[in-house]
Design a protein around this ligand. Structure first.
Ligand SMILES: C[S@@+](CC[C@H](N)C(=O)[O-])C[C@H]1O[C@@H](n2cnc3c(N)ncnc32)[C@H](O)[C@@H]1O
Ligand code: SF4
Length: 498
């Protein structure tokens, strides 16, 4: 346990997130008093030096080791408006505080987190902002490694993905949206998952009723989108496990979607068929007929023992069979999700998973590092998760060697809270087969309209670079009972576009 004492600022959230990368138990207090000699502590201070310049400062003492750092807070550039200056100055202060704290904790603990002072979910956005401020890639790399303390390979990953975004989703469009449709039912709950999905077998009777309300929400928005000629780029049906829908249910959903005037011009349509035990060839044929081009089939692992240990009720053989069926029906784009760090997995068993994926060669491969989520089974059974940071790192190295060997290129990434080792999730793609929807949702540079229970809309304002989060109600019953609220929210969002 370490005590962090804040002086001259109140950045509790930043301080906690950063300190937790080094030491799991943290107590944060605001105090001008000297720390108690008996406790391990760090002081994080913001104040003026003798010349009146603002300085960030950190000093700590832990188990007899001491460290101290000081960094001048950068002044904002003169050519900014006063509002921008305030925002930039505030950001610079927080960054200087984080950098000092990072250096002190690094010296006290001997650890160096690979993502440096970055604790956020979307670090690529920081690189995009630097590019927008006319910085070149070399300068950005130097700043990421020297001032933000990222490992070189992480800095390079961010730059590579930022370049991909520039290539594939720029120039940005203010008047375009993407549609996300939530099907929040699953055949059973996977032990790592905290998604608010509903147990299909307990709520099967509610699927039709849910679709009726979802279609109401969709049709109301589609009417406005058609009338106002708002551009729609991509469509993603996710979950949950959308492939639990029967053929007639998909027909009903897609008939509503096809009321979009531009349906045949959509750049990408994905449907998640995450679990191989949920769908038939008839369903796949129906999706193909309706123009779906990309299917996500998610093994998580190809080891039977692990599948049992994570509560997924399918076998690796079923993955192979489902994959063959998807190809036979003629889908040319398949994604597969994997999770690194599942209980009982070793470098050897990961090797087996990768070997199997190598035989299949999906166009996209999404590699997650296990995150211990609140409300998941593993949160309550952390004794099952024995892999240390080094173990996860070795596994990620193995994945990297595999992706290099099979010409998979990283094209989007994000981080989550409580990931093993604080690493990252990376989407890989064969050249030219990147999923635009995934890139757009991570970049947060184009609006996403989320339909259905728990779906979140993200409304992007390119002028201010702000993203407004508008969530639908989570609970299935509440969503269905209060569908009018969802319609009103969508209407309000869409007004921004006309
Ligand atoms: C929201 S899930 C939906 C996918 C689909 N329902 C399925 O299970 O195949 C998207 C992906 O996130 C990943 N995921 C979910 N929970 C996770 C966790 N706790 N840690 C790491 N990855 C996780 C899994 O790879 C999963 O396929
Ligand atoms: S991982 Fe997918 S299938 Fe499993 S509970 Fe979560 S949403 Fe459902």
């Amino acid at each position: 346990m370490i005590q962090v004492i804040l002086q001259g600022h109140k950045n509790i959230y930043d301080t906690r997130e950063l300190t937790k990368l080094f030491i799991s138990e943290v107590e944060i207090i605001e105090s001008t008093d000297q720390p108690s000699e008996k406790k391990d502590y760090v002081i994080s201070r913001l104040g003026k030096d003798q010349q009146g310049n603002l300085q960030a400062f950190a000093r700590g003492d832990m188990e007899g080791r001491a460290a101290e750092y000081q960094i001048a807070v950068k002044e904002p550039e003169e050519n900014l408006s006063s509002r921008e200056k305030t925002l930039v100055y505030d950001k610079n202060q927080r960054e200087a505080l984080r950098s000092c704290l990072f250096m002190v904790l690094k010296d006290l603990t001997g650890k160096k987190p690979v993502w440096g002072i970055f604790t956020g979910i979307r670090p690529v956005k920081i690189v995009q902002n630097m590019l927008e401020a006319s910085r070149n890639y070399d300068e950005i790399f130097q700043e990421l490694t020297r001032e933000k303390f990222l490992d070189q390979d992480k800095a390079q990953l961010l730059i590579d993905i930022a370049k991909k975004e520039r290539e594939l989703i720029y120039p940005l469009e203010q008047r375009a949206v993407n549609l996300y449709i939530s099907i929040p039912f699953c055949p059973s709950r996977c032990f790592y998952c905290s998604f608010p999905s509903n147990d299909l077998y307990r709520k099967e009777g509610e699927v039709d009723q849910y679709l009726t309300e979802l279609i109401k929400e969709l049709k109301a928005s589609i009417t406005i989108i058609n009338r106002e000629k708002i551009k729609v780029n991509t469509l993603y049906v996710g979950g949950g496990t959308p492939s639990i829908l029967r053929r007639e249910q998909f027909e009903a959903l897609f008939s509503a979607l096809q009321e979009l005037d531009q349906y045949s011009d959509l750049k990408e349509i994905t449907v998640e068929a995450g679990r191989p035990d949920t769908f038939s060839v008839e369903v796949l044929k129906c999706l193909k007929e309706r123009g779906v081009g990309r299917i996500s089939l998610n093994p998580q692992t190809m080891n039977e023992k692990t599948l049992v240990a994570i509560g997924r009720k399918h076998t690796p053989q079923e993955i192979h069979k489902a994959y063959d069926m998807i190809r036979e029906v003629g889908f040319e784009s398949v994604n597969m999700d994997l999770i690194i760090g599942l209980p009982g997995e070793t470098l050897e068993s990961l090797g087996h998973t990768l070997e199997e994926i190598g035989k299949l060669q999906p166009e996209n491969l999404t590699v997650h590092t296990l995150a211990v989520k609140t409300n998941s089974y593993f949160k309550e059974h952390q004794e099952l998760l024995t892999l240390g940071e080094r173990g996860v790192l070795q596994m990620l190295d193995k994945v990297e060697a595999f992706t290099n060997r099979h010409q998979y290129i990283p094209y989007y990434m994000y981080r989550q809270k409580n990931m093993l080792g604080n690493f990252e999730n990376v989407g890989y793609s064969k050249k030219g087969r990147e999923s635009l929807y995934n890139m757009k949702i991570m970049a947060e540079k184009e609006t996403i309209l989320g339909f259905g229970a728990g779906a979140v809309s993200k409304v992007v304002n390119l002028k201010t670079d702000e993203v407004k989060r508008v969530p639908n109600i989570k609970g299935l019953g509440h969503y269905m009972d209060r569908i009018e609220e969802a319609l009103e929210k969508k209407e309000e969002i869409l007004k921004n576009f006309y």
